[in-house]
Design a protein around this ligand. Structure first.
Ligand SMILES: Cc1cc2nc3c(=O)[nH]c(=O)nc-3n(C[C@H](O)[C@H](O)[C@H](O)COP(=O)(O)OP(=O)(O)OC[C@H]3O[C@@H](n4cnc5c(N)ncnc54)[C@H](O)[C@@H]3O)c2cc1C
Length: 266
């Protein structure tokens, strides 16, 4: 295995331009599981860990190399709540938002926040420079993104109008160190409610019909909350797999969305 520890972004972009098949390594908490368990042996690895600029963070721009342990104390409440649920302290100290986006697992706990915020993914290549991809165009399937082979994710770009009221919750097989069976992120702002979900479709999704129904209500009654749960359960597109059944995921998605909408009203 050939290993390049890039010192800055230019060096990493040059290495990726030369060897587009090279695997990128950030915290390694997804990649090394693949290497160890799935016996995936990349021929070339480009490590991004020493690239200081990927660790820059501001309210509108979150560098790809920012770790979960930093996001736990970040500006965005919902992302901080999600960060606190990721793995263990050791995983949060190493794992990055860029790695979560790069893996693009339906269960990635950072992805519902990105969808609710209507955030975009900034990527760069040596040949074409930077481009900013809306999240809906970036996540294209289970663990599939529109990232080109010579590109590196450099940041998550956060729009200015992200509501401050944000609530995240996830359901899993146990309380801690657990991959989401269903996750949900609700935001409430001047433009109304936003509801995003993870682990219930190949990519993170927004519950558009439930949002539309809620945003047409002048006051949120118990009946409206029940209706949100019903619509979300119908809107999601989960599968049955080793973590859960389709039926349970539908039910849990509705319960989580209802609970978080209610919480965001307090
Ligand atoms: C015990 C354990 C518990 C976990 N718990 C959770 C959990 O609760 N919630 C959750 O969401 N995840 C969880 N994970 C998964 C993992 O920790 C996260 O997805 C993490 O954010 C991955 O980040 P990383 O920096 O370690 O990525 P890496 O493993 O370094 O990389 C992951 C993938 O993204 C690519 N990549 C990394 N950085 C970039 C970049 N800048 N540009 C382009 N591609 C890039 C890599 O090539 C690789 O394909 C867990 C993992 C373990 C081992």
């Amino acid at each position: 295995m050939e290993f390049v520890a890039a010192h800055d972004l230019d060096e990493a972009l040059a290495a990726k331009a030369e060897q587009p098949d090279a695997e990128l390594l950030a915290g390694g908490t997804d990649l090394m599981v693949e290497v160890n368990l799935v016996h995936h042996r990349p021929e070339q690895v480009v490590s991004l860990r020493r690239i200081a600029e990927l660790g820059d963070v501001s309210p509108r721009r979150i560098g790809a190399g920012v770790t979960w342990s930093r996001l736990e104390h970040g500006d965005h409440r919902g992302l901080a709540e999600a960060a606190r649920t990721v793995g263990s302290p050791q995983i949060r100290a190493a794992g990055t938002i860029g790695g979560n986006v790069g893996t693009a697992s339906p269960a990635g706990d950072g992805l519902p926040w990105i969808a609710a915020a209507d955030a975009a993914i900034e990527v760069q290549s040596k040949a074409r420079g930077p481009r900013v991809v809306p999240w809906r165009d970036f996540f294209v399937g289970v663990k599939r993104t529109s990232l080109e082979p010579d590109e590196i994710i450099t940041a998550v770009i956060v729009p200015e109008d992200v509501p401050e009221a944000q609530e995240f919750a996830k359901v899993g097989a146990r309380n801690a160190m657990v991959i989401s069976t269903v996750s949900c992120l609700v935001m409430r702002g001047d433009d109304g409610f936003r509801i995003a979900l993870g682990s219930v479709a190949p990519t993170p999704i927004r519950a558009a019909a439930a949002e539309e129904m809620l945003n047409a209500e002048s006051t949120i009654t118990e009946a409206a909350l029940d209706e949100v749960a019903r619509i979300v359960s119908e809107e999601v597109r989960p599968i049955t797999d080793h973590r859960s059944t389709e039926a349970y995921r539908r039910h849990a998605a509705g319960v989580l969305a209802r609970r978080l909408v209610e919480r965001s009203l307090r």
